[in-house]
Unconditional design. Sequence first.
Length: 232
Amino acid sequence: MKRAERLHALSETLRRSGARGVSAERLARDFEVSVRTVKRDLDALEASGLPIWSRPGPGGGYGLATSASLPPVSLSPGQAVALMAAVSAASDAPFADLATAGIRKIMDVLDPRTRARADELAHRVWVDAPPFSSRVIRSALEEAMAEQRVIRLRYISRGGITTTREVEPVLFASTSDQWYLVGWCRLRDAMRWFTVSRIERASVTKTACSGHTVDEAGTPPENARPVHGREA
């Protein structure tokens, strides 16, 4: 059994074991590997986000937390490739790196047959991905948005003028093939749209945002919608 297949089977065994759990020794016998290999596999599953608990001593073992009682991830090959294509085509989008890591986790827990079919189909989908913006700048923008902290920008205007701004991030927006950071500019004392590709430097401060809302950002671009994936 290949390791990817064993990890999938191992997660299902833990799920079926319920509250009683199962010992590493029992898992090693069932999968015909060493206890050391089982523990290494359990570490890998936990690192991928699976909430594994362990109970030491006689009668102890491993199991899944109650929050993991949902059924395994079940995607068709087409759905898996759709996720990969969407992220690949928007590699400059905020949180794109995290999305890529998330897709890898999903692929790791798919059943081997579905994963193989998705991999084959993925080779039949090509995208002309946009160039990556600075990873350092993107990380700072993502952190400031997620933590709602003021970010200090070195920004080059369309006319080539460079200024330093402190901005309270409100939202990311994509329109006309450009990504923008929309936020309250403390220098201008107004809401502004900053083209991400014109941000030369960015650093997150320790200052919390004062609470400006999305409604203050003005009229959204035509056909704009949040990325939560639900119908309005």
